[in-house]
Structure formats: structure tokens, C-alpha cells
Ligand binder design. Sequence first.
Ligand SMILES: [Zn+2]
Length: 136
Amino acid sequence: MVDQRLSVPRYWRRMPQYYRLEGVQCIKCGRVYFPPRAVCECGSREFKPYPLPSTGKLINFTVLYSVPAEFEKMKPLIIGMVDLGGVKVVGQIVDCMDPEKLSPGVDVEVVFRMVKMDSTYGLINYGYKFRPINNC
Ligand SMILES: [Zn+2]
């Protein structure tokens, strides 16, 4: 079985994605991708970094009340799709005490929170999540 854990070097390589929400833009046709990809739909392999905006709009979301044991403390877990400057990004919605008050179209901002702790290296992985700008 393949070890799916994120190794330290792999984590470091992906830090621009995790910490700055950095996508890529095709130099030839202008398409933007997040996460970055190696080949554009137009066939080009030439990209430039494309930092996504730090605020966006919630497109839609789902609330999970039954979660794996490692996410028990985060229950209910809210997973949303957010429009960040035209790019759709999926992530956890945090700081929302009452999911009933959440609705598509609300403004959200990117926040950085602990995602998990690697038990082998003791490395704490941080990553992006989304927080409603107005309380919910
Ligand atoms: Zn392209």
C-alpha cells in the first residue's frame, strides 16, 4: 500500500499553495488553475504564479454531522466551495457556530489553521480554510 502521508520535502514544495493560495496562470491563453497543474487545456506548459485573492464568495456548502474520529472535535464539519476571483476552491468553513445561518453567496475570507499533526515527524501542517466575514 502506498504511503499517502505528506512527507516533509513534499510539504515544503507545496507551501506556496498552502500558505498563499498560489495558483498558476497559463502564459499562452490566460487560464488560471488551482491547484497548479503541469499542462494547460490549450497544451501549453508555460505558467506564471497567480496568487488568489484572500476573500471570496461561498458558492455552496455541505454540513457533515457524521465524521471520522480524527475530525470529531470539528463536528459539525462544514465543507464549502468558494469563488476566489473566478477560481473555485473547496475547503473547510470554520468559525461558524450555527450552520443554519450560513447561506450561499456570503462573503468569506481565507484563514490559516492547523490541518493535522504528523505523528511520525511531529510536523504540524497548516493550511487554508474559509471563515465567514460576518458572523454566522
Ligand atoms: Zn493555456
